[in-house]
Design a protein around this ligand. Structure first.
Ligand code: ZN
Length: 209
């Protein structure tokens, strides 16, 4: 992830705007409606929005299941991972949650929203070979952050609270993340959760759990 050189493309900072069909679905009531709510009123029940504009019915050649059943993919932010082309997922087919390493703990907030508000019921943890998460220690990264701003006490305090979730064993990281989600009381019971490793060199994905 960190080792891969991202091509420099000149683009304005605000060019990444969600398509209009995504912006149309807002979880938050307009401000004037929220002000009118009182403690006695029942909590608003969010609409069970579909996870995407329409789930595909084709078979995913890599995950070996219907694309519609994948629904939510947790994967690394590594620029070499392209879920849409590598997993034959089309825009709108699935929620793609990305972070450094594709770590489940880091994705939990988005997973809760994906399940409770958008109706997804399946999660695929999708890590990859050559991941930068095995190349550093969290303690080293904290030292680096503090070194850059040594007099900033707030900076030091905040970075010390962060678990960077680095790992040594790729396969174990996938199994650990899948087990974490299966045991989490925040993930809906009955959710199908699988774990995969994507080989950066061959482009193949292997299910490990
Ligand atoms: Zn990675």
């Amino acid at each position: 992830m960190f080792l891969h050189k991202i091509p420099k493309v000149a683009r304005p900072p605000n060019v990444l705007v969600a398509p209009s069909h995504y912006r149309a679905h807002s979880f938050v009531a307009p401000r004037h409606k929220r002000v009118q709510e009182t403690a006695e009123e029942p909590l608003p029940v969010p609409k069970a929005l579909p996870p995407a504009k329409r789930l595909a019915i084709s078979m995913c050649p890599i995950l070996g299941c219907r694309v519609a059943q994948v629904q939510t993919l947790v994967t690394c932010m590594d620029a070499r991972i392209n879920p849409f082309s590598q997993l034959d997922i089309s825009e709108g087919d699935a929620h793609i949650i990305r972070n450094a390493g594709g770590m489940a703990k880091d994705a939990l907030r988005s997973l809760i929203i994906s399940q409770r508000l958008l109706g997804t019921r399946e999660i695929a943890v999708y890590h990859h070979t050559g991941c930068g998460m095995v190349t550093f220690r969290g303690s080293e990264l904290k030292r680096l952050v503090k070194w850059a701003d040594p007099d900033n006490i707030s900076c030091a305090e905040q970075v010390d609270k962060i678990d960077f979730l680095e790992f040594n064993d790729l396969e174990e990281s996938v199994k650990s993340d899948v087990n974490f989600l299966k045991e989490s009381p925040l993930i809906l019971k009955g959710t199908k959760i699988t774990g995969w490793i994507h080989d950066i060199d061959t482009g193949e994905a292997t299910r490990v759990i």
